[in-house]
Design a protein around this ligand. Structure first.
Ligand code: CS2
Ligand code: MG
Length: 408
């Protein structure tokens, strides 16, 4: 029982994905996601040059040992590229282990703790009317929880606002533009802070008090501005306000937490449990936002969630389309098993992506389920994948009205 090959696969069905495929000497195949949006070639190089040679001949069953070997053995630890590479190995080995056991992966993680994982979709619009159309589209698809993002009067394109949808149209927002250099967007926090409460007042008036609503601040506020927004949104009973302020300044959340009861979610750009230590032990957040792909895999995120459970903090795993169907399946299996599950982000992948990555997860009546195929339940179509060549794409850069670079 050893690892025979490890291939780093790059495909671009509408957006770039990096996938690690490990095959054992018995021919069992495991997949892992190593996609870092806008920096894909960095994880490709890290895997090809510094990880794959270390995998060949190793026992595929020793997942924890392999994780520690790749984490501590690199000496230079943590960071988005290293941890995405380790995540891909970890998830591929869990996929293999579950396939050998002929079980869906969640059965190896403790079995099902729920009938399905509550999912939230992304609704957006350049103005309130187009936002309402997007919300109705998501309600028609069965979503019970919806993230709300809109344009801000006076500003052009900003984070989170897809093109205005027509009734029934699929939500399609890929912020990483296929340009030789990052696109630049303009930002004005004061205009945003004036506008967002009016949007939620209108949404609540139109759709009522029960609909689960979320909002993503996307790292763009200071702790004081975040506290102000959290307070102004309290009447609209959000499920969470996400990334209200850059989470690296963990102490900054003390200011926000002391000023508002709006639930807080942070962590999609974090890579290890150390990024959360103060946030969790001081209960400064309510939801862990990490994705399996960015946090060192299932082995690492499961430990973070066990740590978070002590402080009654739940999961809200990151699930935009730049988390590949492999990464999404992995965190669905984890979400099915952990007790402190909260909600799962579900930005549906495009049809061409789902032709390359054939998945077994389902979305029914607002709940996701990973399916009961052995392993992750995802197959990779090489022939189709090879028809989509990698194309450089960068996430936008934000600048304030005076030209100063700002968080996007
Ligand atoms: C966003 C992400 O889904 C979210 O919560 O923060 O879509 C983020 O913008 C992308 O992952 C960046 O690639
Ligand atoms: Mg986010």
């Amino acid at each position: 029982m050893t690892i025979r090959t490890a291939e780093v696969l790059v495909t671009s069905p509408g957006r770039n994905f990096v996938t690690l495929r490990i095959t054992t000497d018995d021919g069992v195949v495991g997949l892992g996601d190593a996609t870092v949006n806008g920096r894909e070639l960095a994880t490709v190089a890290y895997l090809k040059e510094h990880v794959v040679p270390l995998l060949i001949g190793k026992d595929e069953h020793n997942i924890e040992d392999m994780w520690q070997f790749l984490y501590r053995g690199a000496y230079w630890r943590r960071g988005p590229i290293t941890m995405a590479a380790i995540a891909a190995v970890d998830v591929a080995l869990w996929d293999i282990k579950a396939k050998i056991a002929s079980l869906p992966l969640y059965q190896l993680l403790g079995g099902a703790s729920r009938i399905g994982a509550l999912a939230y979709g992304h609704a957006s619009g350049s103005d309130t009317e187009s936002l309402f159309t997007s919300i109705r589209n998501h309600l028609d698809q069965g979503f019970k929880a919806i993230r709300v993002q809109t344009g801000v009067p006076g500003l052009g394109q900003i984070y989170g606002v897809a093109g205005d949808q027509r009734p029934g149209e699929r939500y399609d927002y890929e912020p990483a533009k296929r340009l030789p250099l990052p696109a630049e967007e303009t930002w004005d926090t004061r205009a945003y802070l004036r506008h967002v409460p009016t949007v939620f007042a209108a949404v609540r008036k139109e759709f009522g008090p029960e609909l689960i609503l979320l909002h993503d601040g996307h790292h763009r506020m200071t702790p004081n501005q975040a506290a102000s927004l959290g307070k102004s949104l309290e009447p609209y009973d959000l499920f969470w306000l996400e990334d209200c302020t850059p989470g690296e300044n963990q102490e900054g959340l003390r200011r926000v937490r002391s000023q508002t009861t709006t639930p807080l979610a942070i962590g999609e750009v974090f890579n290890t449990v150390h990024d959360y230590q103060t946030l969790i032990t001081e209960q400064l957040i309510d939801y862990v936002r990490s994705a399996v792909t960015h946090t060192g895999g299932i082995s690492a995120l499961r430990k973070i969630m066990d740590f978070a459970a002590i402080y009654q903090i739940k999961s809200g795993f990151h699930g935009p389309t730049d988390i590949s169907p492999v990464g999404q399946a992995a965190q669905l299996h984890l979400g099915m098993a952990i007790h402190n599950f909260g909600i799962q982000e579900y930005m549906k992948h495009s049809a061409e992506t789902l032709e390359v990555f054939q998945t077994s997860y389902t979305f029914t009546d607002g709940l996701l389920h990973p399916g009961n195929n052995p392993g992750l339940g995802v197959d990779y179509n090489d022939e189709l994948a090879n028809t989509f060549d990698y194309t450089p794409a960068y996430l936008p850069v934000n600048r304030l009205l005076d030209g100063t670079v700002h968080d996007w």
